[in-house]
Design a protein around this ligand. Sequence first.
Ligand SMILES: Nc1ncnc2c1ncn2[C@@H]1O[C@H](COP(=O)(O)OP(=O)(O)OP(=O)(O)O)[C@@H](O)[C@H]1O
Length: 225
Amino acid sequence: MIQMQDAAFGYGRDPILSAVSLRLAPGSFHFLTGPSGAGKTTFLKLCYGELVATSGAVAIFGQDAGALDRDRIAQMRERIGVVHQDCEFLDHLPIRDNIALPLTVSGRDGPAQDANLDELIAWVGLSARAHARPPELSGGERQRAALARAIIMDPDLILADEPTGNVDWDMSLRLLQLLCELNKMGKTVLIATHDMALIRAAKAQVQARVLRLAGGRINAAGADL
Ligand SMILES: Nc1ncnc2c1ncn2[C@@H]1O[C@H](COP(=O)(O)OP(=O)(O)OP(=O)(O)O)[C@@H](O)[C@H]1O
């Protein structure tokens, strides 16, 4: 899915990531952890082609991310569902339309998709809130809506940046359970999180590995949970 070889990245002169080598195999489940500012979001951006490594190689679905033009990057991104840290929505649209936005933008919306959309909204437990506007949702509802939006295009790879950042423990477990179910359906999952309790809670549900990011390097040999 993702392969990095000596990948490095810096926004300015100082490197944020240096000499990162790892492989995310299809169907795997990884946590990415590390101190605040270590570069977890930056790493995720390299994984979905938002940023390009300043040196080294990043292959996404076997393709060299540094060599892809915009159209190819856009095509590749359709296979990647991203749950962003900030969970931003279009506030003037009902949450159902926000979740459907990737379908709309890619011209794949329409009656044929309505049943799938409603099934997905039910799966994340938002059927009763489908017509609410984003500002009316709780933190946990927003996080679940962000997850639904990330997977509406049926991606192969799910990248979630602090998906339990603003929710209580019960909701964190519910979100974790959804991500574990997606992994059991065959999706590759990578979750960036500070929450060690969440990582421990995953142990009962999936075989996950922990990647620790510190000093610009990733310890990819992290033990199984
Ligand atoms: N667009 C940018 N321009 C310049 N510096 C940036 C930019 N985005 C992030 N940084 C810096 O890069 C470093 C890594 O940021 P990043 O958001 O990847 O860390 P993180 O591990 O995800 O942090 P957190 O856990 O706090 O979300 C930080 O020092 C941050 O200030």
